[in-house]
Design a protein around this ligand. Structure first.
Ligand SMILES: C[S@@+](CC[C@H](N)C(=O)[O-])C[C@H]1O[C@@H](n2cnc3c(N)ncnc32)[C@H](O)[C@@H]1O
Length: 232
């Protein structure tokens, strides 16, 4: 355990909250919103509970956390073959996209151990051009995670309007990444009203999020925007 990972965050969501929803529960909520003439009820005020903050160092495949102790994992692992972070045991420098996918599956198994049954994983991931072809990394990870028992609830597109110019003359510049929402069980906590309030755009804000990359003023090579974390 030689390096720092602050992305795995234990929050204080109440797993017994009334809108803990199975697939049906969420569908019911949108029916209420779209129902004929039925005025949607005002969401009940939820008391603010200060989150527990702790910075832990270690490998994401071996977390120093107990089983069933985490509500939310929002994480941005290194993308395949992009940056060398120069840390022992780092993810991202595997020889093949398959080996990288397997490394993320090992992470996901460990995260499933620490995750509460109502918990969620929001995995920010991008693709890589390797030998002039897209490697299809996000699709590989989704397929492998599904095969490993995860339920894939959303593939959110993080649309980055603007961005650095790319030198390629025979393809379009890459302007998006993904945030994959995974859960271990159908009965997971979900606050669609919260999303609607935070993001706007009607009762269901949709799975394309427009978030400007933040100017990198710090020493980290690849910080992800605070808003991405707030929404995820
Ligand atoms: C894309 S950056 C994450 C950026 C972060 N979300 C932020 O906004 O600051 C990827 C991070 O994963 C770390 N990392 C690499 N391999 C890891 C591993 N096996 N376990 C935990 N973290 C790892 C890297 O050192 C790097 O800090």
């Amino acid at each position: 355990m030689t390096f720092r990972s602050t992305e795995t965050t234990a929050s204080s969501l109440d797993p017994d909250a009334s809108d803990v929803g199975a697939e049906g529960g969420i569908a019911d909520t949108s029916c209420m919103l779209n129902g004929r003439g039925a005025k949607p009820p005002e969401p009940e005020a939820v008391p603010e509970i200060p989150p527990t903050v702790a910075a832990l160092e270690g490998d994401a495949r071996e977390l120093p956390l107990g089983a069933d102790s985490v509500d939310l994992i929002a994480t941005s692992p290194p993308y395949w073959k992009k940056r060398d972070y120069g840390v022992e045991g780092q993810i991202g420098q595997e020889a093949t996209a398959s080996a990288y996918t397997q490394a993320l599956i090992e992470c996901l198994r460990e995260w499933r151990r620490v995750l509460r049954p109502t918990g969620s994983v929001f995995l920010n991931i991008g693709d890589t051009f390797h030998n002039k072809t897209l490697a299809g990394v996000p699709a590989r990870v989704e397929a492998a995670a599904g095969d490993d028992g995860w339920i894939i609830r959303n593939r959110i597109i993080w649309a980055k309007d603007g961005g650095m110019p790319e030198p390629a003359q025979n393809r379009l510049a890459n302007r998006h990444e993904y945030i994959i929402h995974l859960v271990a069980r159908h009965e997971y906590y979900y606050d669609l009203f919260g999303y609607s309030r935070a993001i706007g755009n009607g009762a269901n804000p949709g799975d394309v999020w427009h978030i400007k990359p933040e100017r990198n003023m710090g020493k980290h090579l690849a910080p992800f925007p605070a808003l991405l974390f707030v929404w995820g």
